[in-house]
Write a protein that binds this ligand. Structure first.
Ligand code: ATP
Length: 481
C-alpha cells in the first residue's frame, strides 16, 4: 500500500508540474449526470474525518481508489462512514464500469432502460447507485445466447465479445405444420452440443424470429404456441431460466433504443417492425417483404452470368456482394458513372464488377429490376409504417417512430441508410417526416445477438427477464409478444 501511495503521489506530482492541474483532468468520464450530485459538493457536508487521509486532496484519494480497483475499493467501504461515503461516489464506479469489456454507452443504456424487464421502466433519477449496480453485474451468471436467424444461427456466451459460433440454420421456427417441440428440442440440443455445455447449467436467452406478425387471432395463437414450445423444449432439457424476446426488439436494444422502427433485412425477408418501449406494435402493423440477403446474392450471380462472368460457388458471389456492392444515392445518376472495381476472392481469384455493384442493392428499392413482382420497395414499406404510427398516435408526446434502425447482414451495405432516409423524406409530407432519421445498427447480422448480450449482462438478470420452470405457468400472457 505504501509503495502504491508513493507511486500515485509521484505520478500526480509529475502531472501537476507538466500540465494543467484542474481536478477535472483526473476524471476522464463522458458521463455528466450524477445521481447524487458532485462528490466535492457533498464532501463539504460530510464532516467526519478520513483519518490520516485528511491531508490528501480528494482527487488524489480518488486516483488511489481507481488504481486499487473495484474489489479493493469495495472492501475499503468498511473502514468508516467517511470512506464509505467517498467510495460510493457514482463517478468512481462509472469509471470502473467504463473499464469493463462492454461499451459504457450500452451499460448505461441497459441499466437506465432495461433493468425492470417487461414492461420497461426508465430510471432517470431514482436508480440504484453505480456501486450497487457494479456489484450486481459482477455476480450475474454467464448465459447462453441463441439467435436462430432464418439463414444463420448465431450462438455464444454472454460474457464473450462476439458469438462463438455461427451455423446455417437447420430449423425453421416458423413452420407451423411440423412438430414444433421436437424440432426446437433438436435445434437447442445441437447448439448446446456445439458449445460443449450442459443445458442445466446456465440461463438461456433466445431470440424469437419475426414471423406470424399480424394482429389476427391465428397469428396471435401461433406466437403463443411458439413461445410455449420454446419454454417446454428448454425446460424439458432442464434449463434453469429462459428469456425469450423478439429478434426485432433485441436488435433495437443493440442500437441502444427501446422505441423506433426496426428494419431487419434478413436472409429471406425484410421486415419493418414498429416497436414501442420494447414491445412489437402488432396493432400498428409489421410489414414484411420477400426480399432478403439471399435474393441479392442470387441477383448478383445472374448479373455476372449475363456478362459471361462465371462464378462457381454462391459463397464467392456472396463474398463479392459483401465486399464490393453498395447502394447508390441516386440510381439514375449512378448509371452514368464509371463504377468499376475489382476484388480478389478467397477461392476464385479476381473479379471486376461494374454497375452490378449498385444494381444488386437497388432491388431493395426497386424489386422489379430483379424480377421480383408484387413486392413494395423498402422506402414505401418504411413510409407506410411511419404513417400508420403517426395515425395511431399511441404516444402523442414524442416522435418515437421517427428513428428507423437498420439491422441484419444486408443493412451493412454502404449507402443504404442515407438512400433510405432520402427516399422516405421524399415520400412523406414534412409534417410527418420532419425529424425522421435512419441509423444503422453497428452489429449488422449479429444485432439481435448483441441485444441479447446487453440484456443478459444487466444487473437484474436473470430475475427480471427470465422465467423458470416454476414460474412459467403464471406467464400465460407474456408482454414480450
Ligand atoms: N457486409 C455485408 N454486406 C452485405 N450483405 C451482408 C453483409 N454481411 C452479411 N450480409 C448478408 O446478410 C445475409 C444474412 O443476414 P442475417 O444473418 O442477418 O440473416 P438471418 O439472421 O439468418 O435471417 P433473419 O434475420 O431473416 O432471421 C446474407 O445474405 C449475407 O450475405
Amino acid at each position: 500500500m505504501a509503495q502504491l501511495l508513493k507511486k500515485v503521489w509521484e505520478s500526480i506530482s509529475n502531472g501537476w508540474t507538466s500540465s494543467d492541474s484542474s481536478s477535472d483532468s483526473l476524471y476522464n468520464f463522458d458521463y455528466r449526470g450524477p445521481v447524487h450530485g458532485s462528490l466535492s459538493d457533498q464532501i463539504i457536508i460530510c464532516s467526519s474525518s478520513t483519518g490520516a487521509f485528511d491531508r490528501f486532496p480528494l482527487d488524489i484519494f480518488m486516483q488511489i481508489l481507481k488504481l486499487l480497483g473495484p474489489k479493493e475499493a469495495a472492501r475499503l467501504t468498511c473502514v468508516c462512514k467517511s470512506w464509505q461515503f467517498i467510495i460510493s461516489d457514482n463517478m468512481l464506479w462509472i469509471y470502473f464500469l467504463q473499464n469493463q469489456q462492454e461499451p459504457w454507452d450500452s451499460v448505461f443504456f441497459g441499466e437506465t432502460n432495461l433493468r425492470s424487464g417487461f414492461p420497461l421502466r426508465t430510471y432517470p433519477r431514482q436508480m440504484q447507485s453505480f456501486m450497487h449496480i457494479y456489484g450486481e453485474r459482477a455476480q450475474v451468471p454467464g448465459s447462453i445466447i441463441i439467435d436462430g436467424g432464418a439463414g444463420y444461427c448465431k450462438f455464444g456466451w454472454s460474457k464473450y465479445d462476439s458469438p462463438s459460433g455461427r451455423s446455417a440454420t437447420f430449423v425453421e421456427f416458423g413452420n407451423i405444420e411440423s412438430p414444433l417441440y421436437a424440432r426446437l428440442r433438436h435445434f437447442f440440443a445441437t447448439v448446446y452440443s456445439r458449445m460443449r455445455v450442459r443445458s442445466s447449467t446456465q440461463p438461456v436467452i433466445i431470440s424469437i424470429p419475426i414471423s406470424h406478425y399480424d394482429d389476427t387471432d391465428a397469428d396471435k395463437a401461433f406466437r403463443r404456441r411458439l413461445k410455449e414450445a420454446i419454454h417446454s423444449a428448454l425446460f424439458g432439457m432442464n434449463a434453469p431460466a429462459v428469456c425469450a424476446v423478439s429478434q426485432a426488439t433485441l436488435a433495437l436494444f443493440s442500437a441502444r433504443r427501446t422505441s423506433g422502427i426496426l428494419v431487419n433485412i434478413g436472409f429471406h425477408q425484410t421486415s419493418v417492425v414498429p416497436i414501442l418501449q420494447g414491445k412489437v406494435m402488432h396493432k400498428v402493423g409489421v410489414v414484411s417483404m420477400d426480399v432478403g440477403g439471399l435474393k441479392l446474392t442470387e441477383y448478383l450471380r445472374e448479373q455476372l452470368r449475363q456478362r459471361n462472368l462465371h462464378v462457381s460457388s454462391l459463397y464467392t458471389v456472396r463474398e463479392l456482394k459483401e465486399n464490393v456492392c453498395y447502394v447508390a444515392d441516386d440510381y439514375e445518376m449512378e448509371l452514368k458513372k464509371d463504377t468499376e472495381a475489382s476484388y480478389n476472392t478467397a477461392s476464385e481469384g479476381w473479379f471486376t464488377l461494374k454497375k452490378e455493384r449498385f444494381q444488386t442493392g437497388e432491388i431493395l428499392f426497386q424489386p422489379h429490376i430483379g424480377g421480383i413482382v408484387y413486392v413494395m420497395g423498402l422506402h414505401h414499406a418504411v413510409a407506410h409504417c411511419i404513417e400508420r404510427c403517426h395515425t395511431a398516435k399511441m404516444r402523442t408526446e414524442d416522435n418515437w417512430f421517427k428513428t428507423v434502425v437498420l439491422a441484419g447482414g444486408t443493412a451493412c451495405l454502404p449507402g443504404l441508410a442515407e438512400r433510405l432516409e432520402k427516399e422516405v423524406h421524399d415520400l412523406l409530407p414534412p409534417s410527418i417526416s420532419n425529424g425522421m432519421r435512419v441509423v444503422t445498427c453497428p452489429y449488422g447480422a449479429d444485432a439481435a445477438w448483441y441485444g441479447a448480450k446487453l440484456v443478459s449482462n444487466l444487473s437484474t438478470f436473470p430475475n427480471s427477464w427470465c422465467i423458470t420452470n416454476e414460474t412459467q405457468s403464471k406467464t400465460k400472457k407474456s408482454p414480450f409478444w
